[in-house]
Design a protein around this ligand. Structure first.
Ligand SMILES: O=C(COP(=O)(O)O)[C@@H](O)CO
Length: 260
């Protein structure tokens, strides 16, 4: 089932096949909220085990990257056909760790988004500002530029299955600090305006970066936030379920306010 608020976790380079089975066994046994589309993004090697363990449960499966070509001399890369063969639905593209560690460019991300769409995968495009851009008050324009470049040249009629994740680089990881709801509202508002004026109101903008059970409620309650993308706090099933429960409360409060 697909709901409009997305909540997911990338495990980055964590969890073996055995750990993946055990995590997902616990996750699918829990009552997951119908108001949310839950997704997990394990490592490549664990994808078949993840697919098998998820079975018919309402958990979407994603991969952490892919090459745009279907096959070829690209040592160490994974193709869209390989992901489809593993039963993957979502593909995470342009994470800041890949932009930094693998020098992935906006043009690379655009090629991957095009390929993902051509292969009926759901691209999850990650964008984010650096500390200097935050300090210069240029967060929104940086992120808008990345979104425009990632989606450049693609007909909007093909983008309805796309997900965008705003992940400030300064908010990600052990040394990161979560963005304030005010900052998130401002950047998400700017991205929402861009998407909405192009007929992409159905494309959710997720927030990612130091999300945990303590702040997920406030973030989910923030205007313009269409989902949460969680790292460290969701690397155990119990941790993820706590974040989901907190986000569910925040989302309910937001919906109650909207209908009051
Ligand atoms: O990188 C992400 C956030 O990581 P945190 O550990 O939550 O800061 C995001 O892409 C989810 O993996």
């Amino acid at each position: 089932m697909t709901s409009s608020f997305w909540i997911g976790t990338s495990w980055k380079m964590n969890n073996t096949i055995a750990e993946t089975r055990s995590y997902l066994t616990e996750l699918v046994a829990a009552p997951l909220p119908e108001s949310m589309s839950v997704f997990v993004v394990p490592s490549f090697t664990a994808l078949p085990a993840a697919r098998e363990t998820i079975g018919d449960a309402p958990v979407h499966l994603g991969a952490q990257n892919m090459h745009w070509d279907e096959k070829g001399a690209h040592t160490g890369e994974i193709s869209p056909l390989m992901l489809l063969e593993c039963g993957v639905e979502i593909v995470e593209l342009g994470h800041s760790e890949r932009r930094t560690d693998q020098a992935e460019s906006d043009a690379d991300v655009n090629a991957k988004v095009r390929s993902a769409i051509a292969h009926d995968l759901r691209p999850l495009v990650c964008v984010g500002d650096h500390e200097e851009e935050l300090a210069a008050g240029a967060s929104a324009e940086t992120v808008i530029r990345q979104v425009k470049l990632a989606l450049s040249g693609i007909d909007t009629s093909q983008l309805s299955r796309c997900l965008i994740a705003y992940e400030p680089v300064w908010a990600i990881g052990e040394s990161g600090r979560v963005a304030s709801p005010e900052h998130v509202a401002a950047v998400h508002g700017a991205v929402r305006d861009l998407l909405d004026t192009h007929g992409l109101a159905a494309v959710p903008v997720l927030y990612g970066g130091s999300v945990n059970a303590g702040n997920a409620g406030a973030l989910a309650a923030t205007a313009g936030v269409g989902g949460l993308f969680v790292g460290r706090s969701a690397w155990t099933a119990g941790g993820f379920l706590e974040v989901i429960a907190a986000a569910e409360k925040g989302l309910a409060a937001r919906n109650a306010l909207a209908t009051a």
